[in-house]
Structure formats: structure tokens, C-alpha cells
Ligand binder design. Sequence first.
Ligand code: CP3
Length: 349
Amino acid sequence: MTTPPVAADPRQQSLMMRACRREPVERTPVWLMRQAGRYLPEYRAIREQVGFLELCKTPRLSAEVMIATVERLGVDAAIIFSDLLPLLEPMGLDLEFTAGEGPVIHNPVREAADVQRVRELADVDRVGFVMDTVAATRAGLPDSIPVIGFAGAPFTLAGYCIEAGTSKAWTLTKQFMYRHEAAWHDLLARIARAVSRYLVAQLDAGAQLVQLFDSWVGCLGPDDYRRYVLPHSRAALAEAARRAPVIHFASGNPALLPLLAEAGGSVIGIDWRIDLERGWEAVGFERAVQGNLDPIVLFADRQTVRQRTREVLARAGGRPGHIFNLGHGVLPGTPVENVLELIAAVKEG
Ligand code: CP3
């Protein structure tokens, strides 16, 4: 596939794509991590009919969920409706989403030798439904709305493989990392190669950019991030970054921001644990940033939502290259009218 030059391609001229390139924009683009999910009654209605993994594996429905959400919210980008974890299935992990507990992996990686059964993805056919979702989402939206593909980062995916599900402190993951360093690097290298192929395949299927989620790496300090994680995140991102903008997001530890930038990404995601201006300074003003309202602010009254949204915009200081987002995903139970209030406040500037 030949790519038209940026200036001639209408899909490259949206607010979001221009902000990724740090070009001047009329107003700050806005979208929200987990913008389609259980806080939306329409989504809950669909989920009464179909299980979560089944929904992810039905591209027509996944695309419909995200297109309807983008239209309802009026956001400036569509992340595909999918999840971090289905990629682990063709790699040999037995994944289930249970009603109360979220994701469960029935054959976790616990001993160094278990890494040998984590298969590298030779091709992406077995997650072809994700590429179909990208194409169907792209086909249903105007050129002004970029489609974002995504994957979990090597640390975060390894965390799920080792813990057998989600965790608060990622203690087993860190124990594995400190006790079996060679096996750890082997595991993360396998995941990084799979993630790299998967991100490139999503770009080939029609995504304008991709985001790497390192949702839980904030449980590490900077020295450990550099030693155990950075080379693998860099490997996961490099090929996609040659072709398109990449958003590199982590949560939980602002001290990692300069290292995230070093690992790669033309846009760095910042959470609320640092103010946006200081976070941007840590990233370096030569990159774009995405963030960083605390998602729990959306549980306050509308005036507070509006006020705190304006404060984030003020911290961006009118520099080119700010994409408004939350510091992490929208939580279940968030009042929809407050999400709409936030988006209106960003659009008013
Ligand atoms: O806007 C969107 O919702 C887009 C699709 C999307 C989902 N998950 C759908 C989802 C995206 C981008 C994700 C990413 C994801 N998945 C992350 C990174 C973002 C973050 O929050 O850090 C992570 C860590 C996961 C793993 C995951 N998926 C967990 C731990 C859970 C269970 C807990 C929870 O939040 O529900 C999921 C399930 C999940 N992924 C749901 C949705 C809409 C809820 C499933 C349901 O309908 O019951």
C-alpha cells in the first residue's frame, strides 16, 4: 500500500493528527481512554446480549459500539473497541473475562521454564478480527476522525501473564522479574515482537495512529524501568513509529516520564499525579503530550468538571501538541452528563 503525502491526505489533516505533529490547531483535540464502556447505558444494553470477548471478536458490533460512542460524545478520535488481552490467546495463554473479576488467565507464567510455552506470534491471522474492526471502524467515520489502534506494552502484558489477571501491586510480576532476570527478558522480548507486528498490522488495516498502554508499569522506579522494561517497549514501538504517530502511555509514576519518551512515542500520555506543565517539561517540549484530568473529577458537580478542565488547558499554555484526555480511563459509574460537560469545556477552550 502506498501512503499519500501528509499534505495531500485528508485523514492526516484532522485536529488530532495535526496536534500529534505539533502543528497549530484551532482548538485542542479531545478523546477519552475507555470512552466506550460500562458507564454508557447503550453499551450496557449491548453487553446484556453478548459477552465481552465475543463482542471483541465481532468486528461489525465492535465498530458499531465505537462509532456510536464517537457520535454521541463528539470526540475527535476513535480508539478501536477491543482490549489489551486477546493478543495473548494466540500466544498460548488461556484467557477468560469473568463477570465479577475481570480478566482471568488459566495457565499463568509462574516459573522461568513457563516462558518457553509463550509463543511468539508468527503472523496476526488469529487476531484478524481486530484488523477487521479497524477497517470497519475506519469505514464508518469521516476523515476528520482518526482511528487509533492499540496494544498493551510488554510490561503490562507480562503482568497479566504472571498474575493470572489484574493486580493492585503486581508483586508476583516483580518477584519474577528480580528472581529470573534472563527468563524475564526472554518473556518481554517475545511479547515485544508480537506487539510490534500487531501494531503494524493495525496501521496496515487503516488506523491513522496507535497507542501503547503501559497501564501498570508505574509500580516500578526509574532504574528498574530502564533495566527491565525500556529496551522492550522501545522494540515494541520502533516499527510502528516509522510509519505513524505513536502515543506512549503509562500511569502511576511521573518519574518515569523522561524514560517513556526515551523508549519512544511522538506523543506521551501523562496521568494526573503531576501537573501537565511539569509533566510536559519532563517529557520535553519537542514532543506532543496527552492528558491529564483525574478521571474521578468526573464524579464531581458540573462546575467543578468545567473548572478542572480549564485548569488542564491552562497548564498546556497554548503550546502546540496538546491532546486533551483523562490521566487514565473513564470509570464505570461516571455520570455521562459530566463526560459531555468536559468535552464541551475543551471545545470552548
Ligand atoms: O473506549 C474503549 O472502551 C475502547 C476499548 C478498550 C477496552 N479496554 C474495552 C474494555 C480499551 C482501549 C481497553 C484497554 C485496556 N484493557 C487497558 C488499558 C487501559 C487502562 O485502563 O489502563 C487495560 C488495563 C485492559 C485490561 C482490562 N480489560 C481489564 C483489567 C478489564 C476488567 C476491568 C474493567 O475495567 O472492566 C477489561 C475489560 C474491558 N475492556 C471492558 C471494556 C469496555 C469492560 C468489559 C465489560 O463489558 O464487562
